[in-house]
Design a protein around this ligand. Structure first.
Ligand SMILES: [Mg+2]
Length: 230
């Protein structure tokens, strides 16, 4: 049995900036500034994004922690608005549905999520591209921990409860589009499958030593094989 945990942004779907606009709007509403525009959101958790940006803007952790829940509430309201706009922006990435279907058809594969999104944000984004969040039986989210490397252990613990089975870390396959996805599971011995549908190229991702790297997830058979081999 293997647990296959998917990142969301840049891996399952592309929000075309909707997530960032929602977060920047929330930060402006609560802190009065969106923080430095050069900051990269990909690979980060939502809470980490708020902390990093507001620290750079001179706020201390006490002030950030005090306002963090309000920022995230505001973010979710704005995300809902962004995702329901008329013009097409958020879209599912090629091959994802076929891959999810193929994994679900296997009794020895369990679908899950490992994402920096807070849980309600993850669900909203998935629904926006027609994917039922209920398909993912295990999940570790940005609302569980601010640091992505803490999430694989949380996913393992949840799988023990949800599936009534104990998994070693090397049964964990993390599918993601950033070096942070590749590195986050190292401590528990997880394997990473990288996909270059975010901001990082195949070469960028290869340099971080994933078990496999793909330009996209369109070749279902090849990705399934890589998961078997990882
Ligand atoms: Mg991502």
């Amino acid at each position: 049995m293997k647990l296959v945990l998917f990142d969301i942004d840049g891996t399952i779907l592309w929000t075309d900036g909707a997530g960032r606009r929602a977060m920047e709007g929330a930060l402006v509403a609560i802190f009065g500034t969106p923080g430095p525009s050069s900051y990269r959101y990909d690979g980060k958790t939502d809470r980490q994004i708020v902390r990093d940006l507001m620290r750079e803007d001179g706020h201390d952790d006490v002030a950030i922690d005090a306002r963090l829940p309000t920022v995230l509430e505001e973010y979710l309201l704005r995300l809902e608005r962004e995702l329901s706009r008329e013009e097409p922006q958020v879209h599912r990435l090629d091959g994802v549905l076929e891959l999810l279907d193929a994994l679900e058809s296997r009794a020895d594969r369990v679908l899950g999520l490992l994402t920096g999104n807070v849980l309600p944000g993850a669900e909203r984004k998935l629904r926006a591209v027609g994917i039922d969040p209920g398909r993912f039986r295990i999940g570790a989210f940005g609302s569980d921990h601010e640091h992505r490397p803490a999430l694989p252990a949380i996913a393992l613990e949840r799988s023990r409860v949800a599936l009534d089975a104990t998994f070693s870390g090397d049964r964990l396959i993390i599918v993601g589009d950033t070096p942070a996805d590749i590195h986050c599971g190292r401590d528990v011995g997880a394997r990473a499958i990288a996909v270059a549908t975010g901001h990082y190229s195949v070469d960028d991702l290869s340099a971080h030593g994933p078990a496999a790297v793909f330009a996209d997830l369109r070749d279902t058979a090849a990705v399934m094989q890589a998961i078997d081999d990882a």
